[in-house]
Write a protein that binds this ligand. Structure first.
Ligand code: ADE
Length: 277
């Protein structure tokens, strides 16, 4: 994939001139601490900025560094994860903090191959840490950045991961990878969303029909975790409560509990359900 220098320059100009006016002031942009960057990236993986903001600050007050997170009980970490959902991310984060303490004496590696060995750290997150903490000249591609590239370079036609990464690599401005990626994050979240809405309206495209949240396993997993954040409960009483409140079968609730137990998010012992110690 060959991209002309003119096209690269025009793209950089579009993004940076837009960003000058629309830049967001976000707390994880005021730090280069790789631990704090990782916490923000993991929280932002499946959760909107507005939801992450309050939890991020509270989480860092309670667990200010990898040492604090590594040495705290899982139950405390899950309690601080309230409101974010996808609780398994909290377990990965804690495991990563433990690995950084035991393998690297509390200092995060900056090498991509080492970052990738950390629990729950994939290519995007490894790159985000290199860029936002260590200001390295590499390109990170998440869903939004992929869509921006597809929009600017391929008229909206989806492309292979390799082609997208090749373009992402050549468009990073020298010495400005930190600013560049923050700008792309804002452009993706604000401008691209706007453009998509306009396009859908013009083409009369309706929002995709999705399963109502109340019918998903995630809804019940979240509700159970919310109960357990307050206190441990008797399994039979918990199931009974949910069966009554949501009109689901006992077998269904049992499956939900099995899933949470398998993911190490709950412990069932002597008829009692609790968060892990
Ligand atoms: N999503 C992932 N990383 C982000 C960042 N640094 N700013 C805003 N949204 C993000």
């Amino acid at each position: 994939m060959k991209v002309s220098p003119q096209k690269i320059q025009a793209f950089q100009h579009t993004i940076f001139s837009w960003w000058k006016i629309n830049r967001r002031d976000l707390p994880w942009r005021k730090t280069h601490d790789p631990y704090k960057i990782l916490v923000s990236e993991v929280m932002l993986q499946q959760t909107q900025v507005s939801r992450v903001l309050p939890t991020y600050q509270a989480f860092l007050l309670r667990f200010p560094d990898a040492q604090a997170l590594a040495s705290s009980p899982v139950a405390d970490v899950l309690k601080m994860w309230k409101g974010l959902g996808y609780n398994r991310r909290a377990l990965y984060l804690k495991k990563t903090a433990e690995a950084v303490m035991s393998q690297y004496g509390g200092i995060f590696p900056s090498d991509e191959a080492l970052l990738l060995q950390l629990p729950g750290v994939g290519k995007y997150t490894a790159r985000a840490i290199q860029i936002f903490a260590y200001k390295k000249h590499v390109a990170a591609v998440d869903t939004n950045i992929r869509q921006i590239i597809v929009h600017f370079f391929f008229e909206g036609q989806s492309q292979s991961e390799k082609i997208i990464q090749d373009v992402a690599d050549v468009v990073v401005p020298k010495g400005k990878s930190w600013e560049w990626h923050q700008a792309l994050m804002d452009y993706g979240a604000i401008e691209l969303t706007k453009k998509k809405r306009i396009k859908n309206t013009l083409q009369g495209i309706q929002k995709k029909k999705t399963i109502p949240f109340k019918e998903t396993n995630r809804f019940y997993r979240g509700k159970i975790m919310d109960v357990l954040r307050e206190k441990s409960v008797k399994e039979l009483a918990l199931i009974d409560d949910f069966v009554r409140q949501y009109d689901r079968s006992e077998a269904f609730m049992d499956l939900i509990l099995d899933g949470l137990e398998k993911d190490n998010l709950i412990v069932r012992k002597r008829g009692l359900v609790s968060l892990p110690e």
